[in-house]
Design a protein around this ligand. Structure first.
Ligand SMILES: NC(=O)c1ccc[n+]([C@@H]2O[C@H](COP(=O)([O-])OP(=O)(O)OC[C@H]3O[C@@H](n4cnc5c(N)ncnc54)[C@H](OP(=O)(O)O)[C@@H]3O)[C@@H](O)[C@H]2O)c1
Length: 348
């Protein structure tokens, strides 16, 4: 194991704004030396972007965000100090760390690290934790999706959606994916049985007129849409007792506020006052007592090739701002990943 330096490079979020204004590449950030009990030190090989990263950069004032801080939450690397935990030096891991990922060395709670399966590279692994955990939590913890049931995913080509398709198929669930026509093959490749092109049809109206023979048990909004229509019409296509679960409706600007307000009113209206029959729920991914077990389950599914990572594009550490530009298009199919160490030094 090469010696650990005292300082490192890191992308630090130093201000509120767009990544080009809010991020700074520093070269002298101290490498953590004193690890708290339960923490390990990971030498980062790759890190992945998540939309919440640039959204919070733009939204939160410094005092609320706690800046300066190391950006992002998803990383893959090698343990260089197991610190008496279950991890040993040299173990390959993928980690969910809301306290930062875009640096050469990160201290992470051991329970937020999962084994990196040997059949995927660090670049592929870096994009797994946040989106696979989100999909897992939404489907099985929030909506209690069961084998043999039927699932509708709004946003089958989002990274969360792609993991949701695969996790549901691994469980023996029938999946219908909604995405734009150009991403039909992407959704089908991951196992979607049925496909609806949201650019061709008004999906809630289409499904109201053409409900599936077996109504959906779960609808997952993996886009974070503020449009209430898919939920409002769901009594036509969501089975009694079914659940509508959202990754969190996020207004994109002022134009979205009326729809968002309507959605909040509709969710709050009880059925006896004319509200929607189906249960609406939202998830927010945070490390908890289930994170470790879920990461282990996801690692096993990847090892068994029941779940595959989804990579849209790969950037060098220096080109991190270009990576944010790609992520902010909202058109990526899979994860936007940053190689933190040189390509040839990544252990594949
Ligand atoms: N609650 C949580 O804890 C949590 C955790 C992770 C992510 N999230 C949220 O989950 C959402 C998805 O994140 P992600 O990382 O998976 O996104 P992503 O991979 O960046 O999503 C990009 C994809 O979204 C598709 N898309 C955009 N608008 C769409 C629409 N109206 N209908 C259907 N597809 C659409 C695009 O396909 P087209 O080009 O075909 O439109 C593109 O393939 C984000 O809002 C994110 O903030 C929440």
């Amino acid at each position: 194991m090469s010696s650990i330096p005292t300082t490192q490079r890191a992308w630090r979020n130093v201000a509120r704004g767009l990544p080009k204004d809010a991020l700074q590449l520093v070269t002298d950030l101290p490498v953590p030396t004193e690890l708290k009990p339960g923490y390990v030190l990971v030498k980062v090989e790759a890190a992945a972007l998540n939309p919440i990263g640039y959204k919070l950069m733009k939204l939160l004032p410094n005092s609320v965000a706690g800046r300066p801080l190391t950006a992002e939450q998803d990383l893959a690397g090698v343990i260089v100090n197991g610190n008496g935990t279950k991890w040993s030096d040299g173990d390959a891991v993928m980690c969910f760390n809301p306290k930062g990922a875009l640096a050469e060395y990160i201290a992470v709670p051991a329970a937020q690290c999962g084994r990196r399966p040997a059949n995927i590279t660090p670049v592929e692994a870096a994009g797994v934790p946040v989106c696979a955990l989100t999909a897992h939590k939404a489907l099985f913890e929030a909506a209690h999706l069961q084998e043999g049931q039927s699932l509708l995913i709004n946003g089958g080509s989002t990274s969360v959606g792609a993991f949701a398709i695969q996790l549901a198929k691994a469980k023996g669930v029938k999946v219908t994916a909604i995405a734009s026509g150009k991403n039909e093959e992407f959704c089908r490749k991951f196992g979607a049985d049925e496909f609806i092109d949201y650019k061709e049809v008004d999906v809630p109206r289409y499904l109201s007129k053409n409900p599936p023979a077996i109504l959906y048990n779960v609808i997952l909004d993996a886009v974070g849409s503020t449009d209430p229509a898919l939920y409002n019409h769901s009594c036509d296509y969501l089975a009694p007792g079914g659940v509508f679960v959202s990754v969190g409706p996020q207004p994109q600007g002022l134009a979205d506020v009326p729809k968002f307000t309507r959605l909040l009113v509709d969710i709050a209206t009880p059925k006896w006052l004319g509200g929607v029959r189906g249960k609406w729920t939202v998830i927010s991914l945070k490390p908890d007592g289930k994170t470790e077990g879920m990461l282990e389950e996801i690692s096993t599914l990847i090892t068994e090739e029941k779940v595959k990572p989804v990579v849209d594009s790969v950037f060098t550490f220096e080109d991190t701002l270009k990576a944010y530009d790609r992520s902010m298009t909202g058109r990526a199919t899979g994860k936007v990943v940053i190689k933190v160490v040189d390509a040839e030094r990544i252990i594949d």
